[in-house]
Structure formats: structure tokens, C-alpha cells
Design a protein around this ligand. Structure first.
Ligand code: FMN
Length: 319
């Protein structure tokens, strides 16, 4: 069976796959553009970018997208949240995804500028609130996701509750590694899926090679939960730095620029994410979804091939 298209506001993605935004330059214009060109929705992780950088990444993504759909993802926890949103709107971004926290005001700004807003939530309660406030769609993320986590419940538990709570398009996220996972979530009521971890092993992902190698070698035991100074738990792979965090022995931040609205200052998560993105994973955090070790083929290949494989697997399951 052919996978359904994913409709969000006036946009229709031929392939119902959103590439999840990955902050601190892991998903930039290159990856977002490639995913959009392949029929999915490509998302630039805007948290940590300067406004000029974001504008230039959006233009790059557009140039690569062949008319496909491009979004940005911004963490509500970021101090520059509104500046990033305004920059993206000025660049005529198609969709704005908001993760790591919940903003009520963003929906009004979206409506005023005719920009669809898609919140990332982990409960039926917040899905319902988002629907009332004017969301264009809902991404519901389970505990299997990478990065900051809003729940310790599985996506398969939360998704049916969210499906009952709203008639908006619902996109399921967390732990998807193959076509069977996609089909399972569509059967539970999702209109599409959001996938991030699988796309780290793409040619276009902007992480340095040691980061991708960590993904290639990861076993189930390497996936851990850490505490983030943002005030949420985060999911990451073991590195020397992460081991220090787990022992509560993290280095104190040096030269803080107060980039987060609320930060415990326990350690600098942004510096740790920058280090790993540059390839210094011993001094960094490598965010990852819970099921990285289940990815069968962990070679690095173009995002378009990853999408083609996922679609083929899903269609074979439903044949
Ligand atoms: C490396 C990495 C960075 C991420 N950064 C962000 C982010 O900046 N904002 C956000 O809302 N979600 C972020 N996420 C979550 C993803 O967008 C996505 O919803 C989730 O990881 C889906 O689960 P999967 O990785 O198992 O496919 C990140 C995930 C990873 C793996």
C-alpha cells in the first residue's frame, strides 16, 4: 500500500516523514533541503544559530529543496526564541516547529504572519491546548526520542490519547528506525512521523565524522538519560563527558552568555553540544534517540536514499 501524503495547513508532503530539527548545527540547510527535495519535510535546527546564519541556512535549504517543504525548529527554552522566529518568518519559512517548552504566544504570531505553527508535545492535554490556540498540526514525542525529553511514556502509549484529543494532523516521533515502525504508528492514528536519529547517518547531516561514528558503534547500553541544565532530562550516547555528567562531576561553565532563559549552570550544555558537533565527542554530548542501535544499516548515505528505504520498507509491510 502506498503511504499517505501528509497535509499541514496549505502544504502537502508526498512522503509523510518530517526530519526532526536537531540543534547546534546538526540539521542545517543541507539536510533540510535534501529531505524536502525527496518529498518529506526538512527541518533546520535553529537553536544556537545567529539570525544571519539562520537566514542563510533557510536560503540554502530552499535552493536545494526543489520546491519542497522547509521548516525550522526552535527550543522555547532559548533566550533568542523570538528573534529566531521573526527571522524565519521574514525568510518566509513554511513551518515553525517549537520544542523543549511550550509557548502560548507563538500561535498568535503565527496567525498574524500566516505562518503555520507546529508544537512538539508529549501529552494529550498540551495537544488539546495547542489545538484551541491555533496550531496547524501536532508533533507528539515519546520517551524514545533524542535530545530533550518531555515524558517517560512510550510514543505508542501517548499517540492514541493525542489522536482522541484533536482532529488536527498528528505526527508521531521517537524511536522510529524502519518501515514497520512507521506503519505501526500510522495504524495508531498518526498522519505522519518525525524522525531524527536515522538522519544523523546521512551524508548531508552536519555533524563531524566522530559524531556519526559514535552512532555507528552504539549498543543499547550506550544510550543513557542525562540531566540538562534546561531543567529537562535529555537522551544521549555515552561519551567521556557524559560519563562525568552521570557521576555528577561535570566541568563548571566558563564564560556564560546566558543563552537559555532558565539554566541551572550545572555545566554548559551548548558548549558540550558544539564540541561534539565539531568532532570532539570526548568533551561533548551526542544526543540520540533510544533506538539508534536498532538501525540495521548504519552506513552513511544520502538522505534521499534513507527516505526511499523507509518508504519501501513501509510499503512492503502493508502490501
Ligand atoms: C541530535 C539530536 C538533536 C535534537 N535537537 C532537537 C532540537 O533542537 N529541538 C527539538 O525540538 N527536538 C530535537 N531533537 C528531537 C528530534 O527532533 C526528534 O523529535 C526525536 O529525536 C525523534 O526521535 P528519533 O530521534 O528516535 O527519531 C533532537 C534529536 C536528536 C537526535
Amino acid at each position: 500500500m502506498k503511504l499517505p501524503e501528509l497535509k499541514i495547513a496549505n502544504f502537502t508532503a508526498k512522503v509523510p516523514i518530517i526530519q526532526g530539527g536537531m540543534a547546534i548545527r546538526i540539521s542545517t540547510g543541507e539536510l533540510a533541503g535534501a529531505v524536502a527535495a525527496a518529498g518529506g519535510i526538512g527541518v533546520i535546527g535553529a537553536s544556537g544559530m545567529t539570525f544571519e546564519e539562520l537566514a542563510s541556512e533557510i536560503r540554502l535549504a530552499r535552493a536545494k529543496a526543489k520546491g519542497g517543504i522547509i521548516g525550522i525548529n526552535i527550543m522555547f527554552a532559548a533566550r533568542e526564541f523570538w528573534g529566531i522566529v521573526k527571522t524565519a518568518i521574514k525568510e518566509k519559512i513554511d513551518l515553525v516547529f517549537v520544542g523543549a517548552g511550550f509557548s502560548r504566544d507563538i500561535f498568535k504570531v503565527g496567525q498574524e504572519n500566516n505562518t503555520p505553527i507546529v508544537p512538539i508535545v508529549s501529552s494529550a492535554r498540551l495537544a488539546k491546548t495547542s489545538d484551541k490556540l491555533g496550531a496547524a498540526a501536532i508533533v507528539v514525542e515519546g520517551t524514545e526520542a533524542g535530545g530533550h525529553l518531555g515524558t517517560d511514556r512510550s510514543i505508542k502509549e501517548i499517540l492514541p490519547e493525542v489522536r482522541r484529543a484533536t482532529s488536527l494532523p498528528v505526527v508521531a516521533a521517537g524511536g522510529i528506525t524502519n518501515g514497520q515502525d512507521i506503519v505501526d504508528l500510522l495504524k495508531l492514528g498518526a498522519n505522519g512521523v518525525q524522525i531524527a536519529t536515522r538522519f544523523v547517518l546521512s551524508t548531508e547531516c552536519n555533524a563531524a565524522l566522530p559524531y556519526k561514528k559514535r552512532y555507528q558503534e552504539a549498543t543499547q547500553d550506550d544510550v543513557v538519560k542525562i540531566s540538562s541544565p534546561v531543567g529537562l532530562p535529555g537522551r544521549a550516547l555515552k561519551t567521556a563527558f557524559v560519563e562525568k555528567l552521570l557521576r555528577k562531576d561535570a566541568p563548571q561553565p566558563i564564560g556564560c552568555d546566558f543563552c537559555l532563559k532558565n539554566c541551572s549552570l550545572e555545566y554548559c550544555i551548548i558548549q558540550a553540544l558544539i564540541n561534539s558537533q565539531h568532532g570532539d565527542i570526548d568533551n561533548g554530548i551526542v544526543f540520540s534517540g533510544a533506538n539508534v542501535w536498532k538501525i540495521k544499516d548504519r552506513s552513511i548515505k544520502p538522505a534521499a536514499e534513507i527516505i526511499k528505504e523507509l518508504v519501501k520498507e513501509a510499503e512492503e509491510v502493508t502490501a
